[in-house]
Design a protein around this ligand. Structure first.
Ligand code: NDP
Length: 287
């Protein structure tokens, strides 16, 4: 490819991203604060830049994969003049507000900005199941899509640079609460002599099958009628037996009690005959 690309930040993730570009034949310049992290990539054919400024000036497309928002500013603030007229794709994890701030900073410096969120671990880059979320410049996304697709499935959400991060964090929120649910179940059976591994063997197919319920809940939520036929009611979804069994096992009830509170608020508001999907109202309107 005739595209010249520079990657700033060669931690676990940045190295994986740069490696995919080098392997695909892109003229790739790399830079890292600790320079030895470039060695493997240089052996594969990447060009090492002595300074971040050299890396920026080497390419029309600059990719940053640094620790956090502050480190991106630390590296790029002194280089705004060099970046002018180039495209910056920042895949460092940032909050929506931080992404919007970087987009404004880039606009002020005359830099085309695309923000990315990586839904993968480094070993997954370029493999099936790897997904990257983007928002910001539509031109940058479309121009560089063939390159971005080397890392995983690329999805673009719109010109608001904060959107990719918002989706990223929303997906992580779902993941962490699901993980906590798994941990709760494992803690519940542990006093019965069940190992976490044995429980995981049961929980994996069960929770995988249960993800099939998401679209059904979504249809109810998007339809705007929580009383539509064919749902499990909030009364039926009472988790008191789950709470009691957890207490009997001598474990914390925090995880289950949190869900029970969301259910109870809707029952207390008179919606007990309506469907379980209604607990989203307890979340949308903090009590
Ligand atoms: P690492 O800790 O492996 O790498 C961090 C990188 O940031 C290194 O290149 C480090 O340089 C650099 N860095 C940190 N602070 C500064 C600074 N002040 N100035 C210059 N460079 C700095 O992290 P990852 O590679 O795993 O993660 C990078 C980004 O990717 C993060 O935002 C992370 O959230 C995101 N991400 C990572 C995933 C993962 O599974 N690893 C998954 C999804 C997103 P040095 O080598 O000199 O310390």
């Amino acid at each position: 490819s005739s595209v010249q690309v520079s990657v700033l930040g060669l931690g676990a993730m940045g190295s994986a991203l740069a490696d995919a570009l080098v392997k695909a034949g892109y003229a790739t310049t790399v830079w890292n604060r600790s320079p030895e992290k470039a060695d493997d990539l240089v052996a594969q054919g990447a060009e090492a830049a002595a300074t971040a400024g050299d890396a920026v000036r080497a390419s029309g497309l600059v990719i940053t994969c640094l620790l956090d928002h502050a480190s991106v500013h630390k590296v790029l603030d002194p280089l705004s003049r060099d970046l002018a007229g180039r495209t910056l794709i920042n895949v460092t994890t940032t909050s929506p507000a931080e992404s919007r701030e970087l987009a404004a900073w880039a606009a002020h410096a005359g830099v085309t900005y695309l923000d990315g969120g990586i839904m993968a671990v480094p070993q997954m880059i370029g493999q099936p199941g790897s997904s990257l979320l983007y928002s910001g410049s539509a031109d940058a996304f479309h121009q560089y899509k063939p390159l971005l697709d080397l890392w995983g499935t690329s999805t673009y959400f719109g010109t608001d640079a904060g959107l990719a991060s918002l989706y990223d964090l929303a997906l992580l929120a779902g993941m962490y609460v699901m993980f906590a649910g798994f941990m709760h179940g494992a803690a519940m059976v542990a006093p019965a002599g069940v190992t976490a591994g044995e429980f995981a063997a049961l929980a994996t197919p069960w929770l995988t099958a249960m993800t099939g319920a998401f679209q059904g809940f979504a249809a109810v939520i998007d339809g705007g009628d929580y009383a539509v036929e064919g749902q499990q009611s909030l009364h039926f979804s009472n988790l008191s037996s789950l709470l009691a069994a957890s207490s009997d096992q001598g474990i914390s009830t925090d995880v289950v009690a949190m869900v029970q509170r969301l259910i109870q608020r809707q029952i207390d508001a008179g919606h007990g005959e309506e469907g379980f999907a209604r607990i989203i109202e307890s979340i949308k309107q903090p009590g």
